[in-house]
Design a protein around this ligand. Sequence first.
Ligand code: FEO
Length: 444
Amino acid sequence: MPHPGVLDLFYIILILLGRAHAISTRQVPIVQALAAQLRAIFYMHRRRFAPGDAMKARKIRDGVQWMGAVDWNRRLFDSLIPLPDGTSYNAYLVEGSMGTALIDSADPTMSEVLMRQLEEVNRVDFVVANHAEQDHSGTIPMVMERYPGARLVTTPKGKGMLVDLLMVPEDRIVAVEDGETISLGDRTLRFVHTPWVHWPETMVTYLEEERILFSCDFFGSHLATTDLYVTDEARVYEAAKRYYGEIMMPFRKIIRKNLEKVRELDIELIAPSHGPVYPEPSFILDAYDDWVSEEPKNLVVLPYISMHGSTEVMVKYLVSALAERGVRVEVFDLAVTDIGKLAIALVDAATIVVGTPTVHVGPHPVVFYAAHLANAIRPKLRYASIIGSYGWSSKAVEQIAGLIPNLDVEVLDPVMVRGYPREEDLGKLDVLADGIAERHKGLL
Ligand code: FEO
């Protein structure tokens, strides 16, 4: 057997030639097939990791294993979303009497981990792609090369996306309709279309005999942990809510329909592709019911920036005034806050009050960014206002209002102050607090 480094180089050359040819012809060339065979041999023989470098596969049921990778050190997703607790990319192997399926794969940065786990698996007949995003699909091309007879199972929309994103040969993909099943002998996989959690092509896979729902992103949590199952419910609840707020919330109306579909299944375990498995599905199903409802809570979210202290004085005054009136407030200094914490609060909030100083006539640039994000994730807010300060003139209110067209909110009178706030300015904040408290009556 040649040295792995020589094989690596040879393999890379073949793949580059193959990919270039595939791009130009959209066909599988012979050179790519050769690369696939070489890759399979390569994986069977090399030992790149020292023992213990990667999590081993873990048994969930007879013939059902967790695979994939725990990414302890990742701190940012999509170059945007903070991951304070890392994440995981869960794949699952289901072995039936007549066939074997791998459900989802792993982020490309963790391909080696999954491929090592698969070294002992001689046969995979189906690779299921519940979702085409690369953190779950990124290792699929390597898996397909490792198992040349495997078919890739996904939704009709997923098929096009996997061809476009990963250049999987089209003739190896089986597009399944909603409710369609595939038999593995004594095991049956049922595919349930759940679009927009959080891409248009998404589905979940239900293992009928074991009553396990493989939900991919749906119900997921960015959490690196050795816990195969949820043990610390409070920790997982916050991570799952953060995940929902950042990623799923814009699609909450369609997610409500998907929840109804999922609830029709008799589920014993929910096995997502991020975070631990739910041994009590009602824990996360009930949480989602609450999060996707249109009923906000008695909560004001108050993100702000202050440059010389004027806006901060106003923020502190308003927080106290609201608290006196029985309104809960969560305050975020945007100069230091974790944007994910803001997303969590926006899942429940009835009102947002933005605090900003004026920079070159408009709001502070960090406020621009936060307002744009809040608009993008479409929380169920009902009311909004703006408070802050300026030196000589300001168009901060108009500019912020223009940034949030997706928010169907009643705008309460803003309070913008020239310089440091005086008594009469604080009085206007009392009026704002009164208005918010009045509108929050009846909210829990
Ligand atoms: Fe975890 Fe949408 O990918």
